[in-house]
Design a protein around this ligand. Structure first.
Ligand SMILES: *[C@@H]1O[C@H](CO)[C@@H](O)[C@H](O)[C@H]1NC(C)=O
Ligand SMILES: *[C@@H]1O[C@H](CO)[C@@H](O)[C@H](O)[C@H]1NC(C)=O
Ligand SMILES: CC(=O)N[C@H]1CO[C@H](CO)[C@@H](O)[C@@H]1O
Length: 284
């Protein structure tokens, strides 16, 4: 693609695949291709799968379904990304290496190559926002510590589920130039109604970015009942697309011209906020 063309591309379609996940990994894997095909046929250029899309959420399933990377699931992701020529954000899968389990997210380019691999190890250990978390991801996936990737349209930042709660992560991604943040996640029936949309809107309006969160569909029979409601929020903080609890695909057009308009109208990102506050604090 020529530089001129990529510069001109200020709009692209994002699809979130709210998959119904079952204990049978093989059948679920085979359906990934069908959903991505459908999304690509509707013009999606960036497609995201939910957290734990190839195995139900729960420790007993993690060990049963864990695999190496590259492995069965990432092979499927690579082929599907290539077949339909999309950027594919592979939600997360349970990964095994040296008898340890990790929740790992991968992203594939339209040529089938793996752009990044992001492991979360101590997801619920993060008491001090930013600190420990970033150190760990730095050591686990050097070079991709902050988990961003470039598309011809914009830079995308990836977080998994709980990461959504950390304003700092979104802020750092924004400072790195991300215009879209994607969080594969699986909030439950308590945290879902309370915080799922609120957190996305907060991250979006704080940073004037598009924020998308992609959940598995709700399976009442599952041991972990996901809230569903995969959502896309625009830089003004408005929900532009939202699923219910059923298996479905959510589409949204990401408009970078709109994003830059918002940033011009309310230029918070241009001001050195921290410097201002420090000066103010010293005066006081
Ligand atoms: C991640 O994986 C670990 C170990 O397999 C598990 O205990 C934990 O609940 C998982 N967390 C998420 C958010 O998937
Ligand atoms: C959802 O998760 C929260 C926090 O981990 C927990 O307190 C709550 O009991 C869970 N709710 C359901 C319905 O499982
Ligand atoms: C998303 C997906 O593929 N879900 C399927 C997983 O496998 C079970 C059992 O075959 C199906 O019922 C789900 O629809």
């Amino acid at each position: 693609m020529s530089d001129n063309m990529s510069r001109a591309m200020t709009k692209f379609r994002l699809a979130l695949i709210q998959l119904m996940v079952s204990p049978l990994k093989a059948s679920n894997l085979s359906r990934v291709g069908l959903f991505v095909k459908e999304a690509a046929s509707k013009g999606a250029k960036v497609v995201a799968l939910p957290e734990c899309y190839n195995s139900p959420y729960g420790t007993k399933y993690f060990s049963e379904n864990a695999e190496r990377i590259p492995g069965e699931s990432t092979q499927v992701l690579s082929e599907v990304a290539k077949d339909y020529s999309v950027y594919l954000i592979g939600g997360s899968i349970p990964e095994e290496e040296n008898s340890k389990l990790y929740n790992t997210s991968t992203v594939f380019a339209p040529d089938g190559s793996m752009l990044l691999k992001y492991r979360k190890t101590h997801l619920f250990d993060i008491d001090v926002p930013g600190k420990i978390h970033f150190q760990e991801s730095e050591t686990l996936s050097p070079g991709n510590s902050l988990c961003t990737f470039d598309t011809p349209c914009c830079k995308v930042g990836i977080g998994i589920c709980y990461d959504m709660r950390f304003a700092e992560l979104a802020q750092i991604y924004t400072k790195k130039g991300c215009q879209l943040l994607v969080y594969p996640g699986a909030f439950n029936m308590t945290t879902g109604p309370a915080h799922w949309e609120l957190l996305q809107r907060a991250r979006a309006v704080d940073n004037q970015v598009y924020v998308a969160a992609v959940s598995p569909a709700r399976n009442e029979k599952s041991s972990y009942v996901a809230w569903g409601h995969s959502t896309v929020v625009n830089p003004w903080g408005e929900v532009v697309a939202k699923a219910g609890s059923e298996e479905t695909i959510v589409y949204a057009d990401i408009d970078l011209k709109y994003l830059s308009d918002i940033r011009q109208q309310i230029p918070v990102l241009k001001q050195k906020r921290h410097d201002l506050y420090c000066v103010q604090a010293m005066k006081d």
